[in-house]
Design a protein around this ligand. Structure first.
Ligand code: ZN
Length: 403
C-alpha cells in the first residue's frame, strides 16, 4: 500500500509491519517511531502515543485490559519497550470515583503508580490518564506544527470546524491532568462520530482500531490542517508580513551555520552535552527573512533558564545570552507548589523566600523577571554591536564566578 501525503512523510513499511505480526505493542512502537521521525508531526520529546491490549493478570489469571503508554519526557521517535508505562486501564478509569476536582490533580499523579500492571513499567506521566478514558485501542497525542498553528489562533474552534467540519472535537486549553481526561471523555460522548479532538493552545488527539488505522488518521488530520494553512497563505498572498530581506546563497548559509553552531553548542552544553540541528528549509527562511520576524521571534522564548537574544539581518547575526539565577518571585515557579516546598526545606515561610534568595548573592538583591527583561532589552535594543556575550542577571553568585 502506498499513500500520498504532501505535508507529512508516510513512512509505514508494510514489510516491516507485517514482520511484527499481531504484536500490538510492537506495532504501536513502530508507529510511534515513524511518527517521531518527521518533526513536522511532533516536536522532539513532545506528545505521546499509546495502545491497549488484553493480557493475563497474574494475580487472578483473568484477561484484563492493559494500556501501554509513553513515559513522561521520552521521545516517540526513539521509543522502545524500556520507555513505556504499563497500567491497568480499569484502575485508571476507577480513579474517576475518587477524583476530588482540580485541587486534587497532584494526588492523582501519585495514584497513577497504584495502577501499574508490569513491575518493569516506567512511572506513568501526567499525560497517562488522557489516554485511558478514550476507548480506542491506539491513540496518538501529537504537537504537530500545523496543529499548533490551528490551536494557537484566537478563533481556533471556528477554524477547527472550517477544516474538519463535524468530524473533529475541540476543547479549550487546560493543563494536562485528570480533569482534562474527563473533558476528552465528554467531548467524545457528545460527538461520538469524531475522528479526533483538537486541544486549544496545545495539540491533537487522534485514534484508530489498529496501529495502522491510527497512523493514517493522524497523518490525514495533520495533512488537512497543513493544506488549509497553505491555501490561506496563497489566498493572503504572503505570510509573516511578507519578505523583507534576501537569503544568503546556500553555500554562505552553511558557512555561517558552521561558524555559529559551535558557539551555540557551547552555550547550551554547560550542564548537558548537546548537539544541534541546523535547518534552512524554505519555511524556515520564509520566517527569518520576513517583515514580522522582529516582532514574532521574541515571543518564541519558552525556556526559563536561558533566553537567547538573537538578531538576524541581511549581513549580521548576533547571538547573546542572558543567564539568570535565583529568579523566584514573580516567575512561573513562584505560582506553583514549588515555593511552599522550598520554604519548608529551608525552615522558613514562603514570604521569607525572596529575602532568603537575595542573601545568596553578593549584591543581596532579589532578582525579578523584569531584571531579565532589562538584560534582554539591553542586548536587543541598545548593544547593537555586541555579540557572543553572556550577561549574568544573578546579583553575583559566588559559586558561579567561573561563568
Ligand atoms: Zn501535549
Amino acid at each position: 500500500m502506498s499513500v500520498k501525503f504532501k505535508h507529512v512523510d508516510y513512512l509505514w513499511d508494510d514489510k516491516k509491519a507485517s514482520a511484527l505480526g499481531n504484536d500490538h505493542v510492537a506495532l504501536f512502537l513502530y508507529r510511534s517511531n515513524i511518527l517521531g521521525a518527521d518533526l513536522r508531526i511532533t516536536n522532539y520529546a513532545g506528545g505521546n502515543t499509546s495502545c491497549k491490549t488484553m493480557e493475563k493478570d497474574s494475580l487472578t489469571n483473568e484477561e484484563v485490559q492493559i494500556m501501554w503508554v509513553k513515559e513522561s519526557g521520552g521521545d516517540i521517535g526513539t521509543l522502545d519497550r524500556s520507555g513505556i508505562a504499563v497500567v491497568y486501564t480499569s484502575r485508571l478509569r476507577d480513579l474517576k470515583n475518587v477524583y476530588g476536582g482540580l485541587d486534587d490533580e497532584g494526588r492523582m499523579v501519585e495514584l497513577f503508580n497504584h495502577c501499574i500492571y508490569d513491575l518493569d513499567s516506567k512511572t506513568p506521566s501526567i499525560d497517562t490518564p488522557l489516554n485511558s478514558l478514550l476507548p480506542f485501542a491506539h491513540i496518538d497525542h501529537l504537537h504537530s506544527d500545523a496543529l499548533i498553528a490551528v490551536t494557537a489562533v484566537s478563533d481556533s474552534e471556528k477554524m477547527t470546524k472550517e477544516i474538519w467540519g463535524e468530524t473533529m472535537g475541540w476543547i479549550p486549553w487546560q493543563s494536562p491532568g485528570f480533569d482534562l481526561e474527563l473533558q476528552l471523555e465528554k467531548c467524545l460522548k457528545d460527538h461520538p462520530s469524531i475522528r479526533g479532538i483538537v486541544l486549544g493552545s496545545h495539540g491533537l488527539f487522534t485514534w484508530g482500531d489498529t496501529s495502522h488505522d491510527c497512523y493514517i488518521n493522524s497523518l490525514e488530520v495533520i495533512e488537512m490542517a497543513s493544506q488549509y494553512i497553505e491555501d490561506k497563505i496563497k489566498e493572503n498572498g504572503s505570510v509573516f508580513g511578507g519578505q523583507k530581506i534576501e537569503s544568503f546563497s546556500e553555500g554562505e548559509r552553511k558557512e555561517k551555520a558552521a561558524q555559529i553552531m559551535p558557539i551555540l553548542r557551547g552555550l547550551c552544553s554547560s550542564k548537558n552535552r548537546m548537539i544541534g540541528h541546523f535547518s534552512d528549509t524554505e519555511v524556515v527562511l520564509e520566517f527569518i527573512n520576513s517583515n514580522d520576524l522582529v516582532q514574532l521571534a521574541p515571543m518564541g522564548n519558552s525556556c526559563p533558564d536561558h533566553f537567547f537574544a538573537i538578531r538576524c539581518g541581511s549581513d549580521k547575526i548576533k547571538v547573546n545570552t542572558i543567564n539568570p539565577d535565583g529568579v523566584i518571585m514573580g516567575s512561573k515557579i513562584w505560582e506553583g507548589k514549588w515555593a511552599e516546598g522550598r520554604a519548608k526545606a529551608y525552615g522558613i515561610t514562603v514570604d521569607e523566600m525572596p529575602a532568603h534568595y537575595a542573601k545568596r548573592n553578593l549584591l543581596n538583591e532579589i532578582i525579578y523577571p523584569s531584571d531579565i527583561a532589562d538584560g534582554v532589552f539591553s542586548l536587543v535594543g541598545i548593544l547593537h554591536k555586541t555579540t557572543r556575550n553572556i550577561i549574568n542577571v544573578d546579583g553575583e553568585m559566588v559559586n558561579a564566578f567561573v561563568r
